[in-house]
Design a protein around this ligand. Structure first.
Ligand code: ADP
Ligand code: MG
Length: 378
């Protein structure tokens, strides 16, 4: 994947974006979007669209591929990036782009600036490449689903991160202020400082240890477990105070494996403090110490994952060639009786959840994409 060439944003015309958005919309239910379908969605002349499609393939915003039954176009990572960046730019959330400051397993991080030239952090979520790892078997439909799902999964990951950050900030947790999001992109406050993994010395090791353990407990009292609470996801500000980042994988304290997730977070901190600072303490929190006082888990859940859409999801999956029953048989430990929490919590490693995400995003897509589509092409 190449570097983000944002200059290209300026050269793309409203028609280009109309066609790009048409491909995005077509990908909701087509593996590859034929030129004719793109033309219909974009509502432009076929000859013109054809030329634009070719042009955008040259710029690697789209790729043209031969399928089993028909040929067509699909959005590339870059194409998806530009759609989101165009919207964020248009809204005035971001104005200029700076350097890439991080490459995670599932994200790229850039410094950007708003119209007041305040530096901000832009996180582009990149999911989908690994999400089928836990599904047994390599059937054709996995492969088939694979290529379009990265778009939906990256989008839900960003949405989820934004929702958690907002809920946490509202409750006074030290997290970057979430500013805006679109598709797979989240814009947030830039934390001045560096990740804990780069810190070799602190003034008061014990105080920092206590503060981090206290955060783990406070999160749990609010119904959530970070799930990846380690030295890479804790930033230390210039004043020595910690800021927590990286939230897409957060789980509810009601999750069946909550205790294990909780202990893992605690142990990450214990291990790191031992390794880095030679600090060990008899005192560390256990899952029994938590006393629930709030429900961030339910709040975020209510913002998009409802059980009544299950039926629609099944229809959607059937239409998209996923055999739900067969998929389900392939997954270990699936408990259909109590699948609501599962559905929401296990993020991308089970099909039940994938269904929710796909549907949720499909609904969002309907509304958001249509609105943007009209705004961009007017
Ligand atoms: P991933 O899910 O890929 O791990 P993270 O959210 O953890 O993504 O971000 C990756 C890295 O980018 C972090 O370790 C940190 O160095 C940097 N980073 C992320 N968010 C911010 C931020 N708001 N301010 C400053 N740096 C950040
Ligand atoms: Mg991280």
């Amino acid at each position: 994947m190449g570097k983000l060439d944002v200059k290209i944003l300026r050269y793309l015309t409203p028609e280009d974006f109309r066609v790009l958005t048409a491909i995005e919309m077509g990908m909701k239910n087509h593996e590859l979007v034929p030129a004719l379908l793109a033309t219909q969605i974009a509502n432009l002349r076929y000859g013109g669209v054809h030329k634009l499609l070719k042009e955008m393939c040259k710029h690697k915003l789209l790729s043209y591929e031969r399928g089993k039954r028909y040929d067509g176009y699909r959005l590339t990572n870059a194409g998806y990036d530009y759609l989101a960046l165009k919207v964020l730019t248009q809204r005035g959330t971001i104005r200029s782009f700076g350097n890439q400051i991080g490459v995670g397993k599932e994200s790229n991080i850039y410094i950007v600036a708003n119209e007041e030239e305040t530096p901000l952090c832009l996180k582009l979520h990149r999911l989908g490449r690994t999400c089928f790892r836990n599904i047994k078997g390599k059937r054709d439909y996995h492969q088939h689903r694979h290529s379009a799902s990265w778009l939906y999964l990256s989008r839900i990951s960003a949405t989820r991160e934004f929702a958690y950050m907002k809920a946490l900030l509202d409750r006074g947790f030290p997290v970057p202020k979430p500013i805006d999001f679109n598709r797979h992109c989240v814009v947030m406050e830039l934390v001045e400082g560096g990740p804990l993994c780069n810190i070799n010395e602190v003034d008061d090791v014990e105080a920092l240890y206590d503060e981090l353990m206290d955060l783990i407990v406070r999160l749990a009292n609010h119904g959530v477990i970070h799930g990846d609470f380690n030295e890479f996801n804790i930033m230390i500000k210039d004043d020595g105070k910690p800021v927590i980042i990286d939230f897409p994988q957060m789980v509810s304290t009601e999750h069946e494996n909550a205790e294990a997730y909780f202990e893992r977070d605690v142990n990450c901190i214990r291990d790191f403090f031992k390794r880095r600072f030679g600090y060990e303490s008899e005192l560390y929190p256990t899952f029994r110490d938590i006393s629930r006082e709030d429900s961030i888990d339910a709040e975020v859940k209510a913002s998009g994952f409802a059980r009544q859409i299950q039926k629609e999801i099944n229809t959607f999956l059937t239409e998209n060639g996923i055999d739900y029953k067969e998929e389900k048989d392939n997954i270990d430990n699936e408990d259909s009786e109590d699948s609501e929490e599962e559905t929401y919590e296990s993020c991308v490693d089970n099909i039940e959840d994938l269904k929710c995400q796909l549907k949720d995003l499909q609904l969002q897509n309907e509304i958001v994409v249509k609105k943007e589509f009209n705004a961009l092409t007017r």
